[in-house]
Design a protein around this ligand. Sequence first.
Ligand code: SAM
Length: 256
Amino acid sequence: MCPPCAKQYEVIDGILIMKAEFNGPNAAAAGFYDGPLWQKFKFWERVFFWFQGGERRGRNQYMKHLPIKPGEMLGVSAIGAGNDLNFVPETCPVVGVDISVIQLKECLKRFPKRDLTLVLGEAERFPMPDRSVDHSLSAGGFNFFNEPIQSLREMVRITRPGGTIVVSDEMPETGAKAQQKPMAKKWVEKTFGDDFSKVVFDRGTLPLNDVFSAAFSNWKMHSLWRGSGYCAVATVMEADHEALKRPAPTVAGSPS
Ligand SMILES: C[S@@+](CC[C@H](N)C(=O)[O-])C[C@H]1O[C@@H](n2cnc3c(N)ncnc32)[C@H](O)[C@@H]1O
């Protein structure tokens, strides 16, 4: 059951189905992560991390900001195949949401012994009560969420005051710059497919600082991967929870 809305959801093959059809950028992302192009992209992801000294070192650049202790509960938006769970103590219960059923199945297969609740749904709506997790994490999907600010507010809602939220991704302008160079543009279109590459280009001007300031009152930006990525680290404040009672601020240049 989803405690905030008291709705019952079906569980299929160990995955709670909150929502299975998406629109806008979320639909484009689901098409990519559930489709054949994703398998090919894995190669480029490995190359990327190789330049960062390996995947463990590359991911540690943001995971070191998550102060999770054994037994603490973690909420993960866009958990994918769960690559970051290798950094989280095994005794920590984890709730992860993702729009890709293929990624969630892979995650379940990789961590059969973990206390893991996986949800097919969107980062914009988490099936968890207010203040029910100690910390929240989102790595690698944030720039392309339908509603980035709503997803941050949702992370605030489920995280207790004093908890930490870590959000990491590539710098959005990488997409905008690629669009200006014919060879790079072609590579993006071939790698991500027609629908998702449009989202990558469109979000090239996402104003990160304003977006994070719209949801977090106590946060800091860190640069990762020699400037090609970022990581926003927030400590959840009582004031952030209070702000959820008001409509989300609008931010020029960002979807809500
Ligand atoms: C690059 S992968 C990152 C996965 C994992 N966090 C990691 O670091 O390996 C991006 C993930 O975001 C998911 N995603 C994209 N938009 C989403 C949304 N609005 N809500 C939930 N998941 C989303 C995709 O399905 C994909 O699994």
